[in-house]
Design a protein around this ligand. Sequence first.
Ligand SMILES: Cc1ncc(COP(=O)(O)O)c(C=O)c1O
Length: 393
Amino acid sequence: MAESKRTHVSGRHFLQIPGPTNCPIEVLHAMSAPTIDHRGPTFQELGKHLIEAIKPVFGTTNPVIIYPASGTGAWEAALVNTLSPGDKVLCFETGHFATLWQKMATELGLEVEFVPGDWRHGIDTDKVAELLAADTERTIKAVCCVHNETSTGVTSRIGDVRTAMNSTDHPALLLVDTISSLGAVDYRHDEWGVDVTVSGSQKGLMLPPGLSFNAVSDKALEAYESSTLPKSYWDWKPILAANANGFWPYTPATNLLYGLKVALQMLEDEGLENVFARHQRYSRATRAAVEAWGLEVLCQDDREHSGALTAVVVPDGFDADEIRAIILDRFDMSLGAGLSKLAGKVFRIGHLGAFEDLTLVGTLGGVQMGLNLAGVPIKQDGIQAALTVLEQG
Ligand SMILES: Cc1ncc(COP(=O)(O)O)c(C=O)c1O
């Protein structure tokens, strides 16, 4: 690639990775307030507000634990608070993040059955039913699912996973990672009978990285009582006890919590149904562009296209990372890289969080120009195809 001749970049950087996402100006302003005493009355009021205000976005009336941590911490919290050494858990290879979570479970001393997948489909719900039905001794203690695989742009159907679990009457816990779906893709913790929902602040919630969550069911709280995996920082009990008074047992991420208050209000004002529909519309418009360019979307099941991101397969002989590098250099736009076995083979377009029609048009414009500059043979109809979807409202 030719050396960049640019010495100055004007305008704003286009951060179109599938998280961290762009923070709305209202959220940035809220976070720039002076830090307060996290054991004082002003914080207590904020804490009491947030532990209630966070619930609807998970679709729950049960407690949601908020950690000053990245999403990986909340993965660990979900496991160590509900399980014991040697417990068997069922995980599904839907992509890079599902692979990392099962690796963590193994490292923590759990016995993982990792059901292979092709990284182009979500969780096979027939397989869920088959494996649980075969487990007549009820040795499987938890089923771990990634709702939205950020590495592939495939959303697993968690409601159908629950139906498959119910069909076998198996008592395993259902643990679900919603790190890149919460506040972007329809999700229902209570209705789908999820026991622990894991999430993070930096994607659909439109905040910087640094907060993560465990929404917990009554059954998960019951499992906590007999769980013996070591836990200290992640231990739910001391946090829930302190939360009852609006506090945390250690220093919470005060300024991120200011931002969370505003972000939750923004989601409530827009209405979650509208938020989900907006993301689906951007997903449809992006797919229309990809198909009109003559390229392929990684996700292969029409029921599973992610509202949060689209992974685009690059034709043989081209390197997705070189295309991304050209786009960053020429148009100051960051796109998501292909992760682990998809490295160089796909790039990912994030269309989640604080996002409007013209952001998508600009993003797709940058992608089309970048593909042309990289010499990828595409038809020039992609932008028009996306505009047609957007014009339809
Ligand atoms: C689906 C999913 N799970 C887990 C993680 C890990 O979260 P973090 O990087 O915040 O620790 C990510 C990060 O992108 C993710 O997208």
